[in-house]
Design a protein around this ligand. Structure first.
Ligand code: GLN
Length: 494
C-alpha cells in the first residue's frame, strides 16, 4: 500500500476504498518506524497531519474533490510554512517559525494536499549529499551507509522509502534531480519562472526553482500542474507561460519521431562505467520505442561548474546578508556591541559550507574582481544558453546521465568540496540556462539506482514528461523498492 503512487491513492480515495485519514495514518506509522534509520524528516507533527487529513475527508463529503485531495506531500525545509518550523536545516534559523506560507504551499493547501512534515536538506540547500545539514545527514534507503544526494536529500529518501508518497524539493544546480537519481525516484525541475519562489528561502535567486519528487512521472506532472502559474508576488514568475499540458503529456507510450540529442560532452572519461552502461541501455530502449538518437555538442559544458560556483555563491552572499541576528533566528549571547552581535551571530549560526559560499561570493563581487569573476561567469552563462539554443534547433529533447556517479559513502567527499562540486557537472548547466529538466530511474549500478536526465527547451515540460512517461511505461525500474524499507509490518508491501 505505501508504495502506491499519488494517482493510485487518488483512485482509491475516489472509490471510497480508503480515506485521507487512513492514508495519513499509514505514512505516519512508516515515518515513525523508519525515520530513525534515515533522518529524512527534521520537523514532524503527526497531530497536525491527521487534522489536515480529517479536514480533507470532511471536505470530500460536501464538495468535489480537489486535484490533490487528501494526498500527503512532504515538504523540504526550505519552504516557509505557517505551521511547524522552517529552519532551512541551519542553526541560524533554529526553531524559526515563518509568519506565512510560501506561495506554492498555499497552492498545495488549496488543492487539498496534506502537508506531511519538513524534510532534511543541506544547509540553505548548499550541497550535493545532505551532509551539510545542521540536523545531521539524511541516509539513502538503498544503503544507509550512503548519502541520499542533495540538497533535497530528505525529500528523496522519504519518497524512495515510502515514508511519504511524494515530496517538494528545490533545484538551484541539481538539488531535485541529483537526489532523485541517487535514490531511484522521479524529480522534475520546471523552467525558471514557471513556479513562484515567494516564501522559498532564497539561495541563488536567478537559479532557484521548486518542483516535485515522486515515484512516477504522472505524479510529478500532477504536482507540477498545481504548483505552477504566475504569482504577482514574485517578480521573476512569468505571467504568460505556455501551458505544459502536464497530465496529457504523460499519456505518451512511444517515442515515434522523437529526436533525442546525446551531447558528447556528457559521456566522458571518468564517468562510472556501470552508470554509463545503464544510460547507453536506456538510450537503446528509446530507439526501440521509435526515437532517433542524434549526436550533438554542448561545447561550453566544461565551464558550467566554474561559472555556477561563482554565480550561485555571489547571489547567496547577498541573500544571506539578512541573517544578522536582528530579524531572523539565532542571536549570539551577550554581544558587546552591534558589530559583535552581527559577526558572532553569523559565525555561530552558519556552517562551514555556507561560510565558504558567502566568502567566495563576497570575493567574486568585490571591486577589482567583479569583472574577472562575476561578469565572466555571466558571459559564460550566455554561451551555455546558446549551446542549448543551437542544440534544440536539431533535437526535441536531450538525454544525459543525471549524475556521473551513484550514491557515495557518508563522509567520503565531505572534506573535499571541489570533488563534491565537480559531481554536479550534468545538472548545473540546465539551471544556468533556465531550462526544465527531469530525472527518472533507469536501472542500477550494483545495488544503487541510476538516473536518466531529460532536458527540454524553455516551457517544454510536456516533452520531458512525454519522453519520460513513454520510457517508464516500457520499463519497471521505478517499481523497485529498497529491501530494508519494503516491510509488511509498517505497511510497506502492496
Ligand atoms: N550541489 C549544488 C550546490 O551545492 C546544487 C544545490 C542546489 O541545487 N540547491 O550548490
Amino acid at each position: 500500500m505505501a508504495y502506491q503512487t499519488l494517482t493510485q491513492l487518488r483512485t482509491a480515495l475516489e472509490s471510497g476504498a480508503t480515506s485521507a485519514e487512513e492514508i495519513a495514518r499509514r505514512y505516519i506509522a512508516r515515518t515513525e518506524a523508519h525515520n530513525g534509520a534515515l533522518n529524512a524528516f527534521v520537523d514532524f507533527d503527526a497531530d497536525s497531519i491527521l487534522a489536515q487529513a480529517q479536514a480533507s475527508d470532511a471536505y470530500r463529503k460536501t464538495h468535489d474533490a480537489r486535484p490533490l485531495e487528501g494526498l500527503p506531500i512532504a515538504i523540504k525545509d526550505i519552504f516557509c510554512t505557517r505551521h511547524g518550523r522552517t529552519q532551512c536545516c541551519s542553526n541560524i534559523l533554529r526553531d524559526f517559525r515563518a509568519p506565512y506560507d510560501a506561495h506554492v504551499i498555499t497552492l498545495l493547501r488549496e488543492a487539498g494536499a496534506v502537508l506531511f512534515g519538513k524534510t532534511n536538506m543541506d544547509e540553505f540547500a548548499m550541497g550535493s549529499s545532505n551532509e551539510t545539514s545542521a540536523f545531521g545527514s539524511c541516509r539513502n534507503p538503498w544503503d544507509t551507509d550512503r548519502i541520499p544526494g542533495g540538497s533535497s536529500g530528505g525529500s528523496a529518501a522519504a519518497v524512495a522509502a515510502a515514508l511519504a508518497p511524494a515530496a517538494l524539493g528545490t533545484d538551484t544546480g541539481g538539488s531535485i534531480r541529483q537526489p532523485a537519481s541517487l535514490t531511484g525516484i522521479v524529480g522534475l525541475k520546471p523552467t525558471y519562472g514557471r513556479v513562484s519562489r515567494r516564501g522559498i528561502i532564497a539561495f541563488a535567486s536567478s537559479l532557484d526553482q521548486a518542483g516535485p519528487m515522486t515515484r512516477s512521472v504522472a505524479d510529478a506532472a500532477l504536482i507540477a500542474s498545481v504548483i505552477s502559474g504566475h504569482d504577482a508576488g514574485d517578480a521573476t514568475s512569468v505571467a504568460d507561460a505556455p501551458d505544459a499540458h502536464w497530465l496529457e503529456a504523460c499519456d505518451a507510450r512511444d517515442m515515434q519521431g522523437l529526436r533525442i540529442g546525446r551531447p558528447k560532452e556528457y559521456f566522458v572519461e571518468g564517468m562510472d562505467r556501470e552508470v554509463r552502461g545503464r544510460i547507453d541501455a536506456a538510450l537503446a530502449q528509446c530507439e526501440a520505442l521509435g526515437a532517433e538518437i542524434v549526436d550533438i555538442s554542448l561545447p561550453h559544458t566544461e565551464y558550467a561548474v566554474a561559472a555556477y560556483y561563482v554565480i550561485a555563491p555571489s547571489e547567496a552572499s547577498a541573500n544571506l546578508s539578512r541573517y544578522d541576528g536582528v530579524r531572523f533566528g539565532q542571536r549570539c549571547a551577550d554581544p558587546e556591541d552591534l558589530f559583535d552581535m552581527y559577526t558572532r551571530s553569523r559565525d555561530e549560526g552558519f556552517g562551514a559550507e555556507v561560510k565558504r559560499r558567502i566568502l567566495t561570493g563576497v570575493f567574486a563581487l568585490s571591486t577589482g574582481y567583479y569583472d574577472a569573476y562575476y561578469k565572466k561567469a555571466q558571459q559564460v552563462r550566455t554561451l551555455i544558453r546558446r549551446d542549448f539554443d543551437e542544440a534544440f534547433a536539431k533535437v526535441d529533447v536531450i538525454a544525459t546521465p543525471t549524475s556521473p556517479i551513484t550514491a557515495f559513502k557518508l563522509g567520503e567527499k565531505k572534506e573535499d568540496p571541489l570533488t563534491m562540486y565537480l559531481a554536479d557537472i550534468f545538472t548545473i548547466a540546465v539551471n544556468l540556462a533556465g531550462l526544465p529538466g527531469l530525472s527518472q530511474p533507469c536501472g542500477f549500478a550494483g545495488d544503487l539506482p541510476v538516473g536518466l536526465q531529460w532536458i527540454a527547451p524553455p516551457w517544454r515540460e510536456d516533452r520531458l514528461l512525454a519522453a519520460a512517461a513513454a520510457y517508464e511505461a516500457a520499463t519497471d525500474w521505478h517499481r523497485h523498492r529498497p529491501a530494508a524499507f519494503n516491510d509488511t509490518a509498517a505497511g510497506g508491501a502492496a
